[in-house]
Write a protein that binds this ligand. Structure first.
Ligand code: WTA
Length: 662
């Protein structure tokens, strides 16, 4: 570290709050502190502000319908189409402006620019192609694609014809694809032959095909050829598979009228990890979700049509849905899509992109910031980042040191940072400062957004005092919320509502949403989200179910039992620690360790790869036979173990500690 950096760190270390820069406030989309009170007084009609950012084919009659809790409805009676809102309505004024700026890999290859006209044209053609394949309204279309423009095109094409999409992250395994297609009865898949990672072509279609082999019903597939001939893997298409060029380009010039969807009709499904091994199909609607994505993009990310906005997430996660595709395009801005990784060809790749495209916002994950910090400030320092106006983070807690590094080295102390707490289920941002209004406190996301009613409670549901840890709850519904878990209303109620609601009541005020996060609040009402309180761990901002990983490990030959916990990791936030008991007759050796790692990668994907596999003769269990995960976490972190007297088998603790210490 240079002397300047050391001085800077010393100066900022003591500072625990930051005012939004005056230059930002002056131009902010929202800068009136009165917005909080106004929304509170005018709830739920305050949310008409969000709905009115959209074009409706027929007006909604009622803002909020709470008559059947917890199955809440918003903007009932209204009809709209998400693709028309993201495309058609911008054509007159912004048809020639850039909608998607795509930066592909390898770097020498031409990038692609889609104006709103271009995107509109291709979405129409893709919509016509999907229709011709037989996709009807409400048929779920799965997408298993890398970060290429055709992914956004396919999503918007689905939205145009009223077919919900279900995007599966390309880094997920064949098994994960099959599970999701089976769970949604999805008969259609859009995928790609491959893509590039750090300059090398990667075979994606073979993985997709392996997944399709495990799908229980007939399917039809469209394959985008991402790789040029020289790099492609020479796949033979199956009988029920067609190339994107043949299917979509055959529809040249086709126009498809955007289908009028009811506000409550499903826009998409997104599978996410939960407590059990079976992923949850989070259902989002057309009216409420899109309003939420648009309003938060406006109020929190301060997006204006003339911006070049950069979110470095993958569209395979909710962040990419709401804040690469739907929110930014609904506002008619330029949204960037980056296919590659931040460290290829060099560790300044993002800074190079921001400089070249004069990006105005950067929205990324704390994990990425911690990696940038580790690589050193010489990378951002060698680029002109002065086009940036706002910075954001999402997905996991950000530690104050990383926050301050981001603030100074990327934002040059001139950009507010929004630390945004939200979830796949919430559809969009829920807790964060408004960048043109609130003071920022590194390490704390901020107050709930106007109109959002969050509270920190104890196990009985009583408010906890400032400074103490408790459970985060949300007391009032909001338009962007999930409507249910697809085909599983019971699990929806059990997972999110049972804990703190009076489930016998038919008054919506008695229903409380539980996001399964721990949190604390300070005297000013700023909330710090501490992390998951269920069996979900957050690795590099990605949600992984410990049960899913455990069942993958137990599926490996030679493994009798496994427990997975999250241990602290200085870059990833949390990392996967797997405690494993071998079956009789199997050795605790390197070979088995490798088989376990490979088993997890093939069942879930490389993101779930265990940081450490620790063999143990037994797992620490309570007298009632429950695995003491907390204890395993403490062991992984090398923390003081406290009281182990409730354990049935306390002697096992030192045995495990020895293994970890090895
Ligand atoms: C965590 C990602 C602290 C939290 C949009 C939540 C955060 C889970 C923050 C959702 C934040 C997200 N501070 N923790 N700013 N943002 N989380 O569904 O535990 O992939 O429940 O949605 O990430 O992850 P998901």
């Amino acid at each position: 570290m240079s002397n300047d950096d050391t001085e800077l760190e010393a100066r900022l270390e003591a500072q625990d709050s930051f005012e939004p820069p005056e230059s930002f406030v002056e131009q902010a989309n929202v800068s009136d502190p009165g917005v909080y009170e106004a929304f509170e007084e005018n709830w739920p009609e305050c949310w008409n502000d969000a709905a009115d950012m959209l074009d409706w084919q027929s007006d909604y009659e009622q803002t909020f319908d709470g008559s059947n809790p917890p199955f809440f409805e918003w903007f009932t009676g209204g009809e709209l189409n998400a693709s028309a809102n993201c495309l058609d309505r911008h054509l007159d004024e912004r048809g020639d402006e850039v909608a998607i700026e795509w930066i592909g890999e390898p770097t020498e290859e031409a990038n692609r620019t889609y104006t709103y006209e271009d995107l509109h044209r291709e979405v129409n053609e893709a919509a016509a192609a999907l229709r011709e394949m037989g996709v009807g309204e409400d048929d779920v279309v799965t997408m298993y694609m890398p970060m290429i423009p055709e992914l956004a095109v396919a999503m918007l094409a689905c939205a145009r014809i009223g077919a919900p999409h279900s995007v599966v992250f390309a880094g997920f395994s064949a098994d994960a694809l099959a599970t999701r297609m089976n769970a949604a009865d999805s008969e259609y898949l859009v995928t790609a032959d491959g893509y590039y990672r750090r300059g090398d072509p990667l075979d994606h279609l073979s993985k997709a095909n392996e997944g399709l082999d495990a799908v229980e019903h007939d399917t039809e597939t469209v394959v985008v050829e991402r790789l040029p001939e020289a790099d492609s893997f020479g796949h033979d298409l199956r009988e029920d598979q067609r190339l994107w060029v043949d299917a979509v380009h055959a529809q040249k010039g086709a126009e498809v009228d955007p289908v009028a969807r009811d506000a409550e009709d499903m826009l998409f499904l997104m599978y996410t990890s939960g407590t059990t091994g079976q992923p949850k199909g989070v259902k989002h609607t057309t009216g409420g979700y899109l309003s939420w994505a648009a309003w938060t993009s406006h109020a929190v990310l301060d997006i204006k049509p003339e911006d070049t906005y950069f979110c470095s997430a993958d569209i395979g996660w909710i962040t990419g849905h709401s804040y690469i595709v739907y929110g930014p395009l609904a506002l008619g801005t330029t949204t960037m899509m980056y296919e590659g990784t931040p460290d290829y060809p060099d560790r300044d790749r993002l800074w190079e992109i921001i400089e070249e495209y004069e990006a105005t916002q950067l929205y990324t994950a704390p994990t990425a910031i911690r990696a940038f910090m580790k690589w050193g400030s010489q990378y951002p320092d060698s680029h002109d980042l002065s086009s940036l106006r706002l910075l954001g983070t999402v997905g996991e807690p950000i530690n104050p040191r990383a926050w301050k590094w981001y603030y100074t080295h990327i934002g040059d102390e001139a950009c507010p940072i929004v630390d945004t707490w939200w979830q796949t289920e919430t559809g969009g941002q829920m807790i964060t400062t408004l960048p043109g209004v609130g003071e920022m406190k590194p390490g704390s996301a901020g107050p709930p957004l106007p109109g959002v009613d969050a509270e920190i409670v104890d196990t009985r549901g009583e408010s906890v005092e400032a400074g103490r840890a408790g459970y985060l709850t949300v007391n009032k519904p909001w338009p962007g919320m999930l409507r249910t878990l697809y085909r599983n209303d019971d699990r929806f109620v059990d997972e999110y509502w049972r804990e703190y609601s009076d489930t016998d009541s038919d008054d919506w005020r008695d229903w409380v949403y539980f996001p399964e996060d721990g949190a604390k609040i300070d005297e000013d009402g700023y909330i710090t989200v501490l992390g998951r309180v269920d069996d979900v761990i957050n690795v590099s901002g990605h949600r992984l179910g410990t049960m899913e990983i455990e069942s993958a490990i137990v599926g490996v030959e030679g493994v009798a039992e496994a427990a997975v916990v999250g241990g602290d990791h200085d870059v990833k936030g949390e990392a996967v620690y797997a405690y494993v008991i071998t079956e009789d007759g199997y050795d605790e050796n390197e070979e088995l360790r490798e088989a376990i790692v490979a088993g997890v990668e093939s069942a879930i994907g490389p993101i779930a790869r265990p940081e450490a596999v620790i063999f143990t003769p037994e797992l620490p269990k309570t007298r009632s036979g429950k695995i003491m995960r907390r204890l395993l976490e403490d062991i992984a972190n090398g923390d003081d173990l406290g009281n182990t007297s409730t354990l049935r088998n306390p002697e096992v603790v030192s045995a495990i500690q020895e293994q970890v210490g090895e």
